[in-house]
Design a protein around this ligand. Structure first.
Ligand SMILES: NC(=O)c1ccc[n+]([C@@H]2O[C@H](COP(=O)([O-])OP(=O)(O)OC[C@H]3O[C@@H](n4cnc5c(N)ncnc54)[C@H](OP(=O)(O)O)[C@@H]3O)[C@@H](O)[C@H]2O)c1
Length: 361
């Protein structure tokens, strides 16, 4: 513990832990690889890694994540063993989307008393779309003294920034968000979710048969409405395919998307509230043509008549991972349970090693 620790902790009387934060990387794909580098650079001690494919299992985490150095941690396909033996403070989980498929991955962390920060999108605010699964995970987390939280790109850009913008209003009538991100910034898991490369008729048949579980936008908007203390009265979601006007090479797919096939989708969620303000969030995730870049724009209407926030060229891929790392002390310091951004302190920059922000009771 250094003299500076109390200041780093925001004036708290608690002391910093005095040892590195011990972290497991759970899912060593596109995001897990970036997370590994950021963890090392923020002074965390890597104590375990979980992967799946034979091409990764058994190899060193540093090598699989492309760090060019060995970390002495083999990637394992046995999460129960890794989580039981690692003695980790936190697992950063970047595997797949939706609570259903992710339930067992979170369960094994929580049962071993290991806190979780995940980029799984439904976890950002699961209470409307998956209350039963979220409730079971909340109970499990409390029983084992651990905390689970969803973060990622939505934490600052799609939730905190519009929330702060609303804070500049005297009266809010409506909130409109519009964002874009590039499928090729991520791995195959994401390309699969937005059905990149599919034919429009295949996509239409799929949606007709299975419906469309809103991807990212619904849960993000649920968080924004909850953060404002408002009560949803009606929720609508819609999806439209984004079609290639010419063949475009996709890194995530490892092939070109043919003219007339899906580059991705535009997902829209609208929420009206009992109290009056309405919310709309439209998000396009697609394979980019050369020259396209990420965008984040929010407009709040009411009094003042219009408040506007626009970020061009958002580095969404890296900013997804930086926010997860900056959230780690919040999650370690938080009470047990399945918590969301609405329960935790505002996202903050972490200049020092992560352990400097961890409170010891
Ligand atoms: N919230 C956000 O801001 C945000 C941003 C980006 C991505 N995401 C989400 O994060 C997830 C990962 O994205 P990504 O771009 O990193 O995808 P990715 O490159 O496809 O990585 C997914 C990784 O999960 C691993 N995996 C899959 N099933 C597993 C299992 N049963 N056990 C252990 N590991 C398993 C895969 O391992 P192998 O490679 O060994 O098969 C792969 O490395 C996606 O669901 C995506 O939607 C969220």
């Amino acid at each position: 513990v250094t003299d500076a620790a109390p200041a780093v902790l925001g004036g708290s009387a608690a002391a910093a832990s005095g040892r590195p934060v011990r972290a497991v990387v759970y899912g060593v794909g596109a995001m897990g690889s970036i997370l590994t580098r950021l963890l090392v650079e923020k002074g965390a001690q890597l104590v375990g890694a979980v992967g799946r494919s034979p091409a990764k299992v058994g190899r060193d985490l540093g090598e699989v994540a492309g760090l060019g150095v060995k970390l002495g941690i083999p990637v394992s396909d046995d999460p129960a063993e890794v989580l039981a033996q690692a003695g980790a403070d936190v697992a950063v989980v970047a595997v797949a989307s939706y609570l259903g498929p992710m339930y067992d991955h979170f369960r094994v962390c929580l049962e071993n008393g290991v806190n979780v920060v995940t980029i799984e999108e439904e976890s950002f605010f699961p209470w409307s779309t998956a209350p039963e699964l979220a409730g079971r995970l909340d109970e499990l987390a409390k029983r084992h003294g651990a905390t689970l939280m969803g973060s990622g790109a939505q934490d600052a850009y799609w939730m905190t920034l519009p929330s702060v913008l609303m804070g500049a209003a005297h009266r809010v009538d409506s909130v409109h968000g519009c964002t874009r991100w590039n499928v090729d910034d991520y791995g195959p898991e994401v390309a699969d979710h937005v059905h990149a490369g599919w034919l429009p008729e295949e996509f239409d048949a799929h949606v007709a048969a299975h419906g469309w579980p809103s991807f990212v936008v619904r849960n993000t908007l649920d968080a924004l409405v909850a953060d404002a203390g408002l009560t949803p009265s009606e929720v609508k979601t819609a999806v439209t395919p984004v079609i290639a006007a010419e063949p475009i090479q996709s890194r995530a797919l490892g092939r070109a998307v043919a003219r007339g096939s899906l580059l991705g989708v535009t997902d829209t969620a609208t929420i009206t509230t009992e109290e009056g303000p309405s919310f709309e969030f439209r998000q396009t995730g697609c394979v980019y043509a050369p020259g396209e870049s990420d965008l984040n724009e929010w407009v709040v209407r009411g009094e003042p008549a219009e408040l506007r926030l626009r970020n061009d060229r958002v580095p969404t891929r890296l900013a997804t991972c930086t926010q997860v790392i900056n959230r780690i002390p919040d999650v370690i310091n938080a009470p047990p349970g399945f918590l969301t951004v609405t329960d935790l302190p505002r996202l903050r920059y972490r200049h020092f090693a992560l352990d400097r922000y961890v409170r010891v009771p």
